[in-house]
Design a protein around this ligand. Structure first.
Ligand SMILES: Cc1ncc(COP(=O)(O)O)c(C=O)c1O
Length: 370
């Protein structure tokens, strides 16, 4: 594939070499000084009191639900999300309650959340889709009104802001990913941020099997979700470059959008006034019946030209095979999410993509859709 959907953006190897040699020499391979350093760096970057690093975002989400004591009851989430958002709820024995999203932002619709609250609701889970924070002002008000915890799958959103607040300090806890497709990668990795000290302490114990302070007695049924020192060293180096990577992504997204905006039937993610996105993905909506090709036809035609796009998120979560028990209940009930999953297509984007590469992709899309 000449133009892959992503290439991980990594700092120069010289920036991690000394750390790698130090880890090698010390024999401290996991959950040690580099993990602490990364946690402090991210807490400072996000302006929160605590950051707990995990092996990946999925285990971070599973532990966050568990550490909040949510083992039964309903958790409200958008259906337009990546599967891990729902998996963490189902793994904990909670019932996922799928709600619809806003067409313009791709994010969970606060009014749909309000309408879905029942006496069985135990939490609300927002997702910052493609790195754009959900409408947290509205969601925090709803959560407070109903006395419900609100946590965020912020996998794609490190560096984003909502009304002047950095992602990381929104809701009760947020969980970021450092997988290879993310703005800030460590190869694999997760970061949980919170201002709740007790929650952070539980999470630290739970990522280490659930060990209590004496190191022997298991206080919780936890996971091994520790982060290795190597990943933390890479993560810390990339976090230090995050503003540079995000700035470049944002300018390439603007370039794509300016060059494609006039095409019939094409729409982009709208960033509300007061918010900024991390620029994790350059996603377009291709409106069937208006655009010359529909999303799937465009995807195939780009593929044939050596350009890897991504149907994103696809399908809507309640329509996955693993979510069979919820398909009948929700099919047709979250029409915007279903529509977005049929229209959304991500084009290649990464923190060091060259403008000339974007221009080749732009030309291909224009030739296919003009
Ligand atoms: C919205 C969302 N949630 C969760 C995840 C899972 O992250 P990880 O791969 O670090 O477990 C991803 C990763 O793609 C994601 O995009």
């Amino acid at each position: 594939m000449d133009y892959p959907i992503i290439r991980p953006t990594l700092p120069d190897f010289a920036e991690v070499e000394a750390a790698f040699r130090g880890i090698w020499a010390s024999g401290m391979l996991t959950n040690h000084a580099h993990v602490r350093e990364l946690e402090a760096l991210v807490a400072d970057y996000c302006g929160v009191e605590h950051c707990v690093a995990t092996a990946n975002c999925t285990s971070g989400l599973i532990l966050t639900v568990k550490a909040m004591g949510l083992t039964q009851g309903e958790i409200i989430l958008p259906s337009f999300t990546f599967a891990a958002t729902g998996h963490a709820i189902v793994w904990n024995g909670c019932e996922p309650v799928f709600v619809d999203s806003e067409y313009e932002t791709f994010n969970i619709d606060p009014e749909a959340v309000r309408a879905a609250i029942t006496p069985r609701t135990v939490a609300i889970c927002a997702v910052h889709v493609f790195g754009l924070p959900a409408n947290m002002t509205a969601l925090e008000a709803i959560a407070e009104e109903h006395g419900l915890p609100l946590y965020c799958d912020a996998a794609q959103a490190l560096g984003a802001t909502h009304n002047g607040r950095r992602a990381g300090g929104l809701g009760h806890a947020e969980v970021f990913s450092m997988s290879p497709t993310k703005v800030v990668t460590a190869g694999e990795g997760g970061l949980i941020t919170t201002n709740d000290g007790e929650l952070a302490t539980r999470l630290r114990q739970m990522r280490d099997y659930g060990k209590g302070p004496d190191g022997y007695d298991m206080r919780f049924i936890g996971l091994n979700a520790r982060q290795s020192e190597f990943h933390a060293a890479v993560g810390a180096a990339t976090v230090r470059h995050s503003d540079e990577y995000i700035g470049h992504r944002r300018s390439m997204i603007s370039h794509y959008q300016d060059a494609l905006r006039d095409l019939t039937g094409i729409r982009f993610q709208e960033v509300p006034e007061g918010s900024t996105a991390s620029g994790n993905y350059m996603v377009m909506k291709v409106r069937a019946g208006e655009s010359k090709l529909d999303r799937d036809e465009l995807y195939d035609a780009l593929f044939a030209r050596g350009i890897q796009a991504k149907k994103y998120f696809y399908p809507s979560l309640h329509l996955h095979e693993a979510y069979g028990p919820w398909r009948d209940k929700y099919e047709g009930k979250v029409p915007v999410a279903e529509r977005l999953s049929k229209e959304g297509i991500a084009l290649p984007l990464y923190g060091h993509i060259q403008k000339a590469d974007c221009d080749v992709i732009i030309d291909a899309v224009r030739n296919l859709l003009s």
